[in-house]
Design a protein. Structure first.
Length: 106
């Protein structure tokens, strides 16, 4: 399992709009992809700005490439999302999952 992590910043209204976009548009798209295994959208407000972080779970690098393309370290941020964000990371970080305490061991 691989975790793909990306961050962005938004106003509180922009964060609410991104949350709606994530749940209503992006998540249904991701759920239709082979190898997508779930994810999280996290938020933290500080000084009137909301930091958003996504952590998506993937079964393999091939599954990530099917979503992100051959340059899998570049972020995928659609125009609808860009419109509500103050700024965002143009790259992502991938980490191998060594222990997942939330899932039964196989």
């Amino acid at each position: 399992m691989i975790v793909r992590t990306w961050s962005a910043r938004a106003t509180p209204d922009g964060a609410a709009a991104y949350h709606a976009y994530f749940e209503g548009t992006l998540l249904p798209e991701l759920l239709g992809l082979t190898g997508f295994a779930g994810g999280y959208l996290l938020a933290r407000e500080a000084d009137g700005v909301v930091e958003l972080t996504t952590h998506t779970l993937w079964e393999s690098a091939a599954a990530i490439r099917a979503f992100a393309g051959d340059t899998m370290d570049h972020s995928v941020v659609e125009p609808e999302a860009r419109a509500v964000l103050l700024d965002f990371d143009t790259t992502v970080i991938h980490r191998d999952v060594l222990v997942d305490a939330g899932r039964p061991r196989q």
